[in-house]
Design a binder for this molecule. Structure first.
Ligand code: GRF
Length: 203
């Protein structure tokens, strides 16, 4: 199973995927990494692992449709089975999302449908929530609104900062994304209509 991973920053999820493949827990290959920011540290992680890594800088392409068309072309050169959004901080056009429908996954740091969008950790703290977490979902045109595949929960402790909570959530992210990708690689996971299906069961 060929994966193309899209990133914007640190790339800790990318690293978890690379490590899971090295350990044999994920039967897949990362065929390319694409970032929208030249200084994304994940590009270095990719190069260290011998994975082709390129930056398609959104600052050079103002028009979103054109950016996404170029992104799609870059991705298709590698003919991946699955496009993995791993901290890719851009809203994708409907055309792009439809093109990759059913093979486009995202990880979002909240217990969806709560806290779509940005600053999820601070919003959960500010609301006085006692728990928070992370979701992996299929991507549909609605931002962070596609069918959820799996979630992990973590507690919020009194006095937690957003940074402390984020790192607690990220510990779970490291496990959850490779697990879901292994399901996908094994053909166990599909999107049917607007639902995620694992082993013929609706999630
Ligand atoms: C993660 O918290 C992920 O859930 C969110 O963006 C962050 C990316 O972190 N979508 P990294 O670049 O994988 O370290």
């Amino acid at each position: 199973t060929k994966l193309c991973v899209l990133i914007s920053g640190n790339g800790s999820n990318l690293q978890a995927i690379i490590d899971a493949i090295a350990l044999g827990r994920l039967e897949a290959e990362v065929v390319c990494v694409i970032a929208n920011r030249p200084n994304a540290y994940g590009l270095e992680r990719a190069r260290n692992a011998g994975i082709p890594a390129v930056c398609l800088d959104h600052k050079n392409i103002a028009d979103r449709q054109i950016y996404d068309e170029q992104l799609q072309q870059h991705i298709e050169q590698y003919a991946p089975d699955c496009v993995v959004l791993a901290g890719f901080m851009r809203i994708l056009t409907e055309k792009f999302v439809h093109h990759f429908a059913g093979r486009l996954l995202n990880i979002h740091p909240s217990l969806l449908p709560k806290y779509k969008g940005l600053h999820t950790h601070q919003r959960a703290i500010d609301n006085g929530d006692e728990e928070h977490g992370v979701s992996v979902h299929f991507v549909t045109p609605e931002l962070d609104g596609g069918p959820v595949i799996v979630q992990c929960r973590v507690p919020i402790f009194p006095g937690d900062t957003a940074e402390e909570l984020a790192s607690r959530v990220q510990e779970q992210e490291r496990g959850i994304y490779p697990l879901v990708l292994q399901w996908f690689a094994k053909g166990r996971l599909t999107m049917q209509g607007n639902k995620a299906v694992l082993d013929n069961e609706l999630l």
